[in-house]
Design a protein around this ligand. Sequence first.
Ligand SMILES: Nc1ncnc2c1ncn2[C@@H]1O[C@H](COP(=O)(O)OP(=O)(O)OP(=O)(O)O)[C@@H](O)[C@H]1O
Length: 359
Amino acid sequence: MIQTRLKLSYPGFALDVDLQLPGRGVTALYGHSGSGKTTCLRCIAGLERAERGFIQVNDEIWQDSDKNIFVAPHKRALGYVFQEASLFPHLSVLANLEFGLKRIPKHQRRVDMAHATELLGIGHLLDRHPQHLSGGERQRIGIARALLTSPKLLLMDEPLAALDAKRKGEILPYLQRLHDELDIPVLYVSHSQDEVARLSDHIVLLSDGKALASGPIGQTLARLDLPLALGDDAGVVIEGRVSRYDSDYQLLTLALPDTALSIRVPHTPMAPGQALRCKVQARDVSLSLHSAEHSSILNRLPVTVVSELGADNAAHVLVRLDAAGTPLLARITRFSRDQLNVHPGQQLWAQIKAVAVLA
Ligand SMILES: Nc1ncnc2c1ncn2[C@@H]1O[C@H](COP(=O)(O)OP(=O)(O)OP(=O)(O)O)[C@@H](O)[C@H]1O
C-alpha cells in the first residue's frame, strides 16, 4: 500500500491530496496541465517538501510531518524517469547503466544487469554512446538505469511525451513488460488517456491540486460524474482472459471477469487463460431492446442501465451500463434515448461495434 497525504501551496496553486494507492502495479496520475501531477511526484521523491505530509511506500515511511520525519531524496529507494533521459554523453550505455547499479550495495540489489537489459531489449546497445541512440532507445536506457537502483517505487513523469507516435508505439510494449514481469509499483504521470488505459491498473484523476477520483481503471473511466466521461474519447477498459481461439476466423473469445459473458475480438493466436486488455469507446456501443441475432455485429451483451448523463453536445447522451459487473458506456442520440425510453434499471442489449485491443 502507498499512502500519500500532501499539503503544499505555491502562489495561485494548492495541492491537497489524501491517497491510498495499491502497493503494486501501475497507478496513473492523470489530469490537465497544471493540475499538480509533477508536484505530487516531486513531493513523493522528496524534491519538494510538502508543508504537511505523510508518505509511506509499503513498509517504509519517507515523510511524516507530525513526527518531523523527512527522509532525504537520495535515501529514498526510488527510481525517477523523466520525459527525456539525462544520460552521461561521455559514457557508453553500459557505463551509464553501471552508474545506476553501483549506487546500490550488492546485498540490496533486486534487479541485475542481465535482467534489466533483457526487459528493455537494450542488450545490443551496450557499447554505444547516448548521442548515437534514438529518443526511444535513450528512454529505455533511462528506465533500465532507474530499475538497476532496485527501487521500491518507480516514478515516471510523462516518459513518452518527448517521443513521436512511432517511437511511442515502440516503447509501450516494454513498459507493459515492466508491468507484467516486475514487482515494483509504478506511479505514472500522463495526460494521454490512451496511454493510461493501456498501462495502468489504478487511476488518480487530479484537477486543480485535488484528487477528483482514485480507483481501479475500468470502474473509474466509466464513472459519469467525472470529466473523463465527457468528450469523444469516453470509454471503458475491459480486462478479460482468453477462453478460446478460433483459428478459422482468427477470433479470440475473451471471458469477462466473474461472469459467463464474453466478447470476441479479431486477434492473432493467444493461449487460453492469458489476460488481455481492451478499450470499448462509448461511441462504438449502441443499445437495443432485443438481441439483434441477424447482424454483422459480433458482440452483443445483455446489460442493465445504471444512469445517464448529457454528453459533450445537446444531441447525445452518455449511458452507463452494467454487463454482469463489467461497466460499459454507450453514447447514443437523445432521440434514440427517448425512442427506447432508456431509464435506470432497464434491461437492454448493448451492441459493441468495435473493441480496441490495448496490447
Ligand atoms: N516551484 C514552483 N513554484 C511556484 N509554482 C509552481 C512550482 N512548481 C509548480 N508550480 C505551479 O503548480 C501548479 C502545478 O504544477 P505541476 O507541474 O505539478 O502540474 P502538472 O499537472 O504536472 O502539469 P504538466 O502536465 O503541465 O506537467 C502549476 O500551476 C505550476 O505553475
